[in-house]
Design a protein around this ligand. Structure first.
Ligand SMILES: [Zn+2]
Length: 127
């Protein structure tokens, strides 16, 4: 097996956003190394970065950044990729809820169809 095949095979084992699970909190079957998009801005300079989930520490999900820094976040603030590209790298298509301003990941289907929900799941449920 070639290097590219290996990377692709590995990446496809990780979750992408679905209508039921758009972040790490809602994901039922989590795999260590899951790529996530950090949407929280409580740690300066980390918002919008891609990290990999390592473990849970009480209620925090600990992620590792490309520079090997490890930080804990609310798993709801760690967004799942919309899809993986041909290289196996995660692609994040992030929209912001028009009501509460919470960022959320689009699903591949929504990205392909160019129809994104205008509100996050929590706000849709309240409506
Ligand atoms: Zn919302």
């Amino acid at each position: 097996m070639g290097v590219e095949e290996g990377r692709f095979a590995q990446a496809t084992g990780y979750a992408v956003a679905t209508p039921q699970a758009r972040n790490l909190r809602d994901l039922r079957h989590r795999r260590f190394g899951q790529p996530v998009y950090v949407s929280a801005d409580h740690t300066l300079g980390r918002k919008g970065q891609v990290a990999h989930w390592e473990k849970f520490n009480v209620r925090l999900a600990v992620v590792k950044f490309a520079d090997n820094v490890m930080l804990g976040y609310d798993p709801a603030d760690l967004l799942l990729p919309t899809r993986f590209d041909v290289e196996g790298l995660p692609v994040f298509d992030i929209h912001v809820c028009e009501l509460c301003q919470a960022p959320f990941s689009l699903t591949q289907q929504e990205q392909d169809a160019h129809v994104a929900p205008s509100r996050c799941v929590a706000c849709l449920e309240e409506a």
